[in-house]
Design a protein around this ligand. Structure first.
Ligand SMILES: [Zn+2]
Length: 189
């Protein structure tokens, strides 16, 4: 595991998560019009919390470990479902959680990766292979030293993510606001 991480930004994951979660829920309010967004946002950045153990235990942040596998996505889906049962929305929250978690894997899969191991351990623990898109869409975020070149590169990565993912997240938010305006108490159609 490297001391540095080259990944998509949390901002990009948030945008993708809001769009994927809203699409999976069919634009409906599940937990509440705005609590849904918090849920989507938390699940969207969840896989990248694998950098925490490395920071806490020393040795620098870890880079796209087992939390970036389909098994982890299945586990997160089950946990969302179990949690959703408290609200009588087990299946729907499991479905939305799966969509959001997979959106994270999809964005990372399509992100330029220059630090070994390249790509995601998608089939962990059944295969040690790391996979990545042949033609990456998103730029990596560099955290190696502070320089104007690094800053300019990272701003470009942010702008590119916003350009590609922002319209979908914006559409989801707009539909939510419109629905909220029509039905202020429930947010439902
Ligand atoms: Zn990630």
């Amino acid at each position: 595991m490297g001391r540095e991480i080259d990944v998509a930004t949390p901002w990009g994951h948030l945008l993708a998560g809001v769009a994927a979660g809203s699409a999976a829920s069919g634009g409906r309010s599940v937990l509440g019009p705005w609590r849904d967004l918090v849920f989507f946002g938390v699940v969207a950045v969840l896989p990248d919390l694998d950098f925490l153990p490395g920071l806490l235990l020393g040795g620098g942040p870890w880079h796209q470990g087992p939390t970036h596998s389909l098994l982890a996505a299945a586990l997160a889906t089950a946990l969302c479902g179990l949690w959703g049962r408290r609200y009588g929305q087990g299946w729907l929250l499991a479905w939305c959680g799966a969509a959001v978690y997979l959106s994270h894997l999809a964005v990372d899969f399509c992100t330029v990766d220059t630090l070994a191991p390249i790509g995601l351990p998608l089939f962990w623990p059944f295969s040690p292979e790391h996979v990545t898109a042949k033609h990456a869409i998103f730029l990596d975020v560099k955290r190696r030293g502070l320089s104007w070149a690094v800053l300019a590169h990272d701003l470009k990565a942010l702008a590119w993510e916003t350009l590609l993912l922002g319209p979908w997240a914006g559409l989801a938010l707009w539909l939510r606001v419109r629905r909220r305006a029509k039905h202020p108490l429930t947010g439902e159609a």
